[in-house]
Ligand binder design. Structure first.
Ligand SMILES: *Cc1c(COP(=O)(O)O)cnc(C)c1O
Length: 436
């Protein structure tokens, strides 16, 4: 798709209607399997000697359009669609790390991601060290010879911690390690982490990209210029003969010849060939179709939701019953300078948190009296949402761990939708009137 801009790519990349009975919309290929021309054709497909579809657990034409479209939209090299956002994170961790290896992660993570790193991966001998990644010394101290990756979210949810991606990427690359960014809350046009040095982006498609709260899904995107051949820690996964694939060394075949032009899809290829194949968290073609529809309007929705969030934050910041507000677009926020650096184009996302002077009890009264905003465990629906994380999304964490994740007991999180900003503010005002 040559030099087209992201808004255009969001509607056209990765699909040729002439190859699909001239269907203008991307068809849903509701099929598990694909017919071979003859025995040789089947053999060649299985040996990866030619491109083509075999079985929908591994790839499906509808999902492949989504993979290619989102990859082009981010100027990346390849994509792997999966069944959920946590599945995309889990495949990356399980692929790149193994027993005895180490992950360095920000403590400002989505609850289920933090819990998986903390508890599940530990059982397999994979250790995660949580450090404030913007702190150069802490980051350097955390990385050692067993470290395989550095992982963070663009804006921590719900702490509002903004990662200095450019700085963290530079340091991470000095150790020949990849920086993986969960960019769920800030997809382009809000932020493209590849522009600042991230090597891999992972998404929950469930949120802003799907946009309408209708389907759960995830995707891994690879930028394509990372050199997996230098660091010894990749010798057992990417840069070694793979016994499950006829002894193919993925790095030699899919990576090394292409990475200098930024066109290596080696990690996506490898994950498709082993963990997607072996674990099977596949995105259905119906889900892929939902996300393709969401992507068409993402550039418009993202901008409007950021604008609405700024208006709502402005209102709350001035309200006498609000004790604090963590919206990075406000001047007194500690992340204001980083927000200016990364989010001046659209605004600092559509999710933020605040607290009421009356603490926990006021938070409960407020949510129970709030109209229009839905009280539920999701973010970045087209409709506005509200939640109290201490009693829900982060309820597995207690005391210190809760504080380390940036959650206090009085914290209320808002996800601002596409409604009229005045209507949203009126609803907040009415609920605040009920609070003592
Ligand atoms: C929701 C979310 C996830 C998990 O995504 P699912 O699609 O629910 O599995 C991961 N990371 C972030 C930042 C999220 O907001």
């Amino acid at each position: 798709m040559g030099n087209y801009k992201p808004q255009t790519l969001a509607l056209h990349a990765g699909y040729d209607y002439k190859k699909s009975l001239k269907s203008r919309a991307v068809p849903i290929y509701a099929t598990t399997s694909f017919v071979f021309d003859n025995v040789q054709d089947g053999a060649d497909l299985f040996a990866a000697k030619k491109d083509g579809f075999i079985y929908s657990r591994i790839h499906n034409p509808t999902s492949v359009v989504l993979e290619e479209r989102l990859s082009a939209y981010h100027k990346g090299s390849a994509g792997l669609a999966v069944a959920s956002g946590v599945a995309s994170n889990a495949l990356l961790f399980l692929g790149l790390a193994s027993s005895g290896r180490k992950i360095v992660a920000s403590p400002h993570l989505y609850g289920s991601t933090a819990s998986f790193l903390n508890h599940n991966l530990k059982r397999y001998g994979i250790k995660t060290v949580f450090v404030e990644l913007n702190d150069e010394k802490a980051l350097r101290n955390a990385i050692d010879k067993d470290t395989v990756l550095v992982f963070a979210e663009s804006i921590g949810n719900p702490s509002g911690y903004i990662l200095d991606i450019e700085k963290v990427a530079k340091i991470t690359h000095e150790y020949n390690l990849p920086l993986i960014i969960d960019n769920t809350v800030t997809p382009p046009p809000i932020l493209n982490p590849f522009d600042y040095g991230a090597d891999i982006i992972t998404y929950s498609l469930t949120k802003l990209i799907g946009g309408h709260g209708t389907h759960v899904g995830g995707i891994i995107l690879e930028k394509g210029d990372f050199d997996w051949g230098t660091n010894e820690v990749f010798k057992d996964y990417i840069n070694a003969p793979d016994p499950a694939a006829d002894g193919v060394n993925y790095w030699e075949v899919f990576g090394k010849p292409f990475y200098k032009e930024g066109k290596s899809g080696v990690l996506v290829n490898k994950l498709r060939g082993d963990l997607l194949r072996g674990i099977g968290p596949t995105l259905s073609p119906f889900g892929a179709h939902e996300f393709l529809k969401g992507l068409e309007t993402l550039p418009l929705r993202a901008v409007r939701q950021c604008e609405n969030a700024a208006a709502v934050a402005d209102f709350l910041a001035k309200h006498p019953k609000v004790s604090w507000i963590k919206y990075p677009g406000l001047k007194d926020n500690p992340h204001y300078e980083l927000a200016k650096k990364y989010f001046s184009k659209t605004g600092a996302g559509a999710i933020f948190s605040f607290g009421l002077k009356g603490g926990y009890d006021s938070a409960v009264t407020f949510i129970d009296n709030l109209e229009l905003w839905s009280h539920l465990a999701n973010v970045l629906d087209a409709r506005s949402l509200v939640i109290h994380p201490a009693s829900t999304t982060h309820s597995q964490l207690r005391g210190e761990a809760l504080r380390a994740a940036g959650v206090s007991e009085d914290l209320i999180r808002l996800s601002v939708g596409l409604e009229d900003a005045g209507d949203l503010i009126t609803a907040l005002e009415k609920a605040l009137d009920k609070v003592k």
